[in-house]
Design a protein around this ligand. Sequence first.
Ligand SMILES: [Zn+2]
Ligand SMILES: [Zn+2]
Length: 393
Amino acid sequence: MEKERFKEQITRKIDSIKDELVEFSHLIHRNPETSFEERKAAAWLAEKLEANGFQVERRLGGLETAFRAVLPQRIQKRPAVALLAEYDALPEIGHACGHNIIATASLGAAIGLTEVISQLPGTIQVIGTPAEESGCGKKILVEKGMFRELDAAMMVHPSNRTLVARGSLASQLVEVKFYGKAAHAAAYPEKGINALDGIIETFNNINGLRQHLRSDVRIHGIITNGGARTNIVPDFAAASFQVRAADDKYLSELLQKVKNCARAAALASGARLEFELSDSYYQAMKPNHTLAELFVANLRQLGEELDESPQTGAMGSTDMGNVSSVVPAIHPYIAICPEKAVGHSPQFAQAAISPRADRALLISAKALASTIVDLLSDPGLISKVQREFKSQH
Ligand SMILES: [Zn+2]
Ligand SMILES: [Zn+2]
């Protein structure tokens, strides 16, 4: 079949540049850049894509480190499928989420597809999406309309398991601030209002609330300001919380309860409360199962088996959820390490440049490209993907 011939051609192309791809993944890993600061990674990706015939629009949607790469001779063609590249790292622990693999897998898939795209209807794009870890970069791009005129979007995320249709939690970042009154903490405590008490009681109230929440909920926070000196009653204290749940509706109910925890703390401490929802709102990921099934079949054909053991429920959040609300999308995970190594740890950062990770990124590139070949070769599949998307929204 023609489709199979295209997939073989793509596989050969990706294999022929595998050293270059692995080196690229390691280069990004050696140069970790945090959210919105990914200047080197975005520039290097853009250059590689240009060298392979893509035309790159930099500063996509006004974001310095976002870009879109298109094939100039195929700009208006449909269906149009986007390969997403993330490349931000974490502070202090570097590429402990393995986004070097995400970027390189999408790059490899795009280069592989240039071999056969002229024989297929439709087109591909690579969208460089900064600030996944904090800042919710894709939400900004979605709001600026950068995912319009697309029929599907996909990427692969490294993990300790290979899971294709796993969802993600909706997540809202909350800033809690208390304003009190400074006073000498020993000589005149009765003249002070302790803002830190507001924060501590907010934590205690939330901990009390936990027993009565659904098991998919995660609420976790840090104190970002706890006062200046032990001998001054803190007149200002602040904390950031991330509040997460499996669906957007329950999350909005939950945010009211969390706000009540902070209000009660304000009443008890006498400190004035400011409760702010940040712009960072990660929507729950709704994987498109039609796309996921195609991806699974291609993974299997490439010799990568799915992890069928029971799911632990371990889920984070991703701004790919925001993308999945406007275009059919998948965000599959591919194993690069044993299950005991978890994301956002130094062990995972090491694993992201291991021989297993290098192999996983090549398989991911091939599976992404092969899935796009399936999709572009069969108009019936595009309508099936669309029907499923409409029934989800
Ligand atoms: Zn992460
Ligand atoms: Zn990640």
